[in-house]
Design a protein around this ligand. Structure first.
Ligand code: COA
Ligand code: MG
Length: 289
């Protein structure tokens, strides 16, 4: 699986922005047919975004376009326009429950067959942005092996709940925690909602660090200026890598002496600690440019 630290939304009806995506350093580009596109531009966006996919893929980008939700009636046309060799997966807005995943998976089965693709090769990233999706989340996550990650959509979730977005994000803390724990239980990644104040770099860094601390493994961006910070936050730092190496070395030495635990800098190093260190080194290897 490719790295999924940063995922840049690009409105599907904006050729100049799609062109800009060519040089973006995001792990994933997300040409969008959903909420960044006005209703009377939907058909145009479908055509423009689909037309850009080969160029973006040839430039080496991992593509996970976002399509409109099932209840809009546009989803089938969106998928028909996008499914092919150029995309890694699709991201679907406003998933309500596992039955939506079953329906979408069936549509993808058919499109894959038509395109001569292996069944199941298009990956899925459901947007979790309604109360119902939060309470059926585990069933959503295990509804199809296509699912590699779930994305938290804070704007739509608070709209569904009838509550205001707050500066401190306290209103989405429950949903964030549930989403990270459930995603982990189902062995898929948790991806964080975009940070809308795209000129506030320090605000973004704080927000991304908080998300990382909660268990998110990546974050959506709405502006190219957000990518470097997101990549940095969701990559292990040089200090973390160095510490993880020392942990692994100390543990391996202890093992050679027939011990299952040891200490480093006054802290216990045992199996879960060394597992975490090895996972961090694996992530660092994948995140390396
Ligand atoms: N992808 C690619 N290019 C982008 C971009 C994006 N998401 N956002 C901005 N750019 C480009 C602009 O077109 C501009 O290009 P130019 O220098 O060639 O003119 C450059 O980056 C600088 O943009 P800037 O002037 O700082 O911002 P803007 O006012 O043009 O755009 C937004 C601001 C918020 C309208 C724009 O970033 C956007 O539409 N983002 C996506 C929003 C979205 O996807 N929402 C749904 C997610 S929930
Ligand atoms: Mg949304």
């Amino acid at each position: 699986m490719p790295a999924l630290r940063s995922l840049l939304f690009i409105p599907g009806n904006r050729p100049n922005m799609l062109e800009k995506g060519l040089s973006a350093k995001a792990d994933v580009l997300v040409p969008d047919l959903e909420d960044s596109v006005p209703v009377d531009e939907k058909a145009n966006a479908r055509k423009v975004a689909a037309g850009f996919l080969p160029k973006l893929a040839q430039a080496g980008h991992t593509l996970i376009p976002r399509v409109n939700s099932l209840d809009t009636g546009w989803l089938e046309q969106d998928l028909a326009a996008l499914v092919g060799r150029d995309i890694y997966g699709v991201s679907v807005g406003k998933i309500q429950g596992p039955e939506d995943i079953a329906t979408i998976s069936k549509i993808l089965d058919n499109l894959e067959e038509k395109a001569g693709l292996k069944q199941g090769s298009v990956q899925l990233v459901p947007w979790i942005e309604t109360a119902r999706a939060i309470v059926t989340l585990y069933d959503i996550c295990i509804a199809s092996p296509r699912i590699i990650a779930v994305a938290l959509g804070a704007e739509d979730l608070t709209t569904d709940m009838g509550i205001e977005r707050r500066e401190d994000d306290s209103e989405i803390e429950y949903a964030s925690n549930v989403l990270c724990v459930t995603a982990r239980a189902a062995d898929v990644l948790a991806l964080d909602t975009p940070y809308f104040q795209f000129r506030d770099a320090e605000g973004l860094r704080r927000d991304a660090l908080k998300a990382k601390g909660c268990g998110f493994k990546g974050k959506f961006a709405i502006h190219p200026a957000q990518i470097d910070i997101i990549n940095e936050v969701f990559s292990p730092s040089a200090t973390e890598i160095e510490h993880a190496r020392r942990v692994v070395t100390a543990f391996e030495e202890a093992e050679r002496r027939g011990r299952g635990s040891t200490s480093l800098d006054g802290k216990v190093i045992d199996v879960p600690v060394v597992k975490r260190a090895r996972a961090l080194l694996e992530l660092a290897a994948k995140a390396a440019p």
